[in-house]
Design a protein around this ligand. Structure first.
Ligand SMILES: Cc1cc2nc3c(=O)[nH]c(=O)nc-3n(C[C@H](O)[C@H](O)[C@H](O)COP(=O)(O)OP(=O)(O)OC[C@H]3O[C@@H](n4cnc5c(N)ncnc54)[C@H](O)[C@@H]3O)c2cc1C
Length: 475
């Protein structure tokens, strides 16, 4: 009998599979919809995100960004999940984020999570500093020789009076909260180190750990409200598996969609799709992400350029992150990303059909709150001031007006919160502090779905953290 059946071998799923199977008595089976044998060259090159139209390693979703403005997002569909295709920025969430999180429920203060942040990392720059780790699976480094554009961005920030933050993962209070600094990255020798290679690969020889790829889980099966197994499709053939415990690590979109298709959700929505209700829950009722505006500019051809990792420096301004991307998205054009990190606007995710091949509908409702529109305008003004201080940048002449700003929201691809964490008496909560699904037995969600507050930094490091922490509970 399988003790723990993990659905999704992505960022969190690989961590959990490795940690749980460290106990030889614990039988772990990992099911991944994407391939498990990968093309290392394309996936490892940290200078490129392998997410273009031809990429076989992503799920694609049409989304509504704001009003009638639509877009597309991707998620990793390969062992390692989104950590195998992402930008390699590996920054901890802030103490303020965890203060907000632990207001929702106990157990997730910064002090409570710090041991797991330390355990997961091998920080090559600041490992000897308080609050850091030197022996964890994820290597963390900051660019030793940033490219000319990143260096000029840093000089521009300094010239405008912003303080340097040498270590964005330092303990709270160890340095300024706001300022610019080199980005900690899970990149080693130009290679992206995802959780598949860092955690799962070293564990795969264990006889108590089994992994199967190209296996799409379509539904969780219940006996009453106890989860007892899953239905899947593997190489075109349907099948079923039983397990004592089922853990969804399918990411914030697919974990929510799986719960909904299996009867955990808003009864009215489920009945409209002829899905029998197992337990009412606000799955997908809250979606958070980081809206981002891209300010494109040209580089003076007299200056040298060099592409390194996608993002070598950032400027943190409380709830705003300004990102001088070191890679190009359009030929000859550079981009300064301006992201709202604690937006007030909230989105929703709903199923469009019970059919597992039909992607859910995601409506971000970006900038629907006036506070976000005001903050974005301020942030874009700051970004433009910085651009003017960068000698090699040909800054756009005018600040885009509000109509342009509000018509051009993009997303940082950090969607979270679809199965948010909260107490049993919290009407917005889907899982408890240990990530068990309220109202059910034998079922957990362990991935970015569970985060109940907007995170002020990119979510990759915190997704690994969540899996590290919940592995303690499920061991
Ligand atoms: C293009 C891109 C760039 C990003 N860059 C950064 C960055 O630089 N820094 C940062 O902090 N964050 C970044 N992020 C966000 C971050 O990578 C993700 O939020 C995080 O990795 C999510 O982890 P997860 O475990 O929740 O889901 P995922 O890592 O997406 O894992 C989900 C896994 O479940 C599998 N799965 C899904 N459904 C099923 C099913 N039904 N049956 C079987 N398997 C299934 C998927 O194939 C996938 O492998 C980026 C995201 C994207 C998309």
């Amino acid at each position: 009998m399988i003790d723990t059946l993990i659905i999704g071998g992505g960022t969190a799923g690989c961590v959990l599979a490795a940690r749980l199977s460290a106990d030889p008595e614990h039988h772990v089976r990992l099911l991944e919809a994407g391939p498990v044998s990968t093309d290392p060259a394309a996936l490892l090159d940290a200078a490129r995100m392998p997410i273009g139209p031809e990429s076989p390693w992503v799920w694609r979703y049409p989304v509504t960004l704001s009003g009638a403005i639509t877009g597309n997002i991707v998620r990793g569909k390969v062992i390692g999940g989104s950590s195998a295709i992402n930008g390699g920025y590996f920054v901890r969430a802030t103490a303020t984020d965890f203060a907000a999180w632990s207001k929702e429920l106990d157990g997730w203060s910064f002090d409570a999570v710090l041991p797991a942040y330390r355990r997961l990392e091998r920080d090559h720059d600041f490992g000897d500093q308080p609050g850091h780790g030197t022996t964890g699976p994820i290597p963390v480094r900051r660019a030793a020789a940033p490219g000319p554009l990143s260096s000029e961005f840093a000089s521009a920030c300094a010239a405008l009076g912003f303080p340097l933050i040498p270590d964005l993962n330092a303990l709270p209070g160890a340095g300024p909260a706001d300022g610019f600094g080199p980005v900690p990255c899970n990149i080693e020798h130009g290679r992206r180190v995802d959780t598949g290679s860092a955690y799962l690969a070293p564990a795969l020889a264990r006889p108590n750990l089994t992994m199967t790829g190209a296996m799409l889980v379509t539904r969780i099966r219940f006996h009453g409200t106890r989860a007892i197994g899953v239905d899947y499709v593997h190489e075109g053939k349907p099948g079923a598996l039983d397990a004592n415990r089922i853990v969804l690590c399918a990411g914030a979109i697919e974990s929510a969609a799986l719960l909904l298709r299996s009867g955990i959700g808003d009864p009215e929505q489920l009945r409209a799709l002829d899905i029998p209700v197992v337990h009412p829950a606000p799955v997908g009722a809250w979606v958070s992400d980081h809206p981002e505006i891209g300010i494109d500019y040209r580089i003076d051809p007299a200056y040298p350029t060099a592409e390194g990792v996608p993002l070598e420096y950032v400027l943190e301004l409380d709830d705003v992150e300004i990102r001088p991307y070191a890679v190009t998205f359009t030929p000859y054009t550079q981009r300064l990303g301006v992201a709202l990190m604690r937006p007030h606007s909230q989105g929703v995710l709903r199923l469009r059909a019970a059919d597992p091949t039909v992607p859910p509908h995601i409506d971000y409702r970006y900038l629907s709150e006036a506070a976000d529109r005001i903050r974005l305008r301020e942030a874009v003004t700051s970004a433009r001031e910085i651009l003017h201080e960068i000698p090699m940048a040909r800054a756009p002449d005018s600040i885009p007006d509000d109509a342009w700003l509000f018509a051009n929201p993009a997303t940082s691809q950090h969607l979270s919160g679809t199965c948010r964490m909260g107490g049993a008496d919290d009407a917005r909560a889907v899982v408890d502090a240990r990530c068990d699904v309220h109202g059910t037995t034998g079922l957990s969600v362990v991935d970015l779905s569970v985060v109940p507050v907007p995170l002020s930094r990119g979510p990759h490091a915190t997704t690994v953290l969540i899996a590290e922490r919940v592995a303690e509970y499920l061991a």
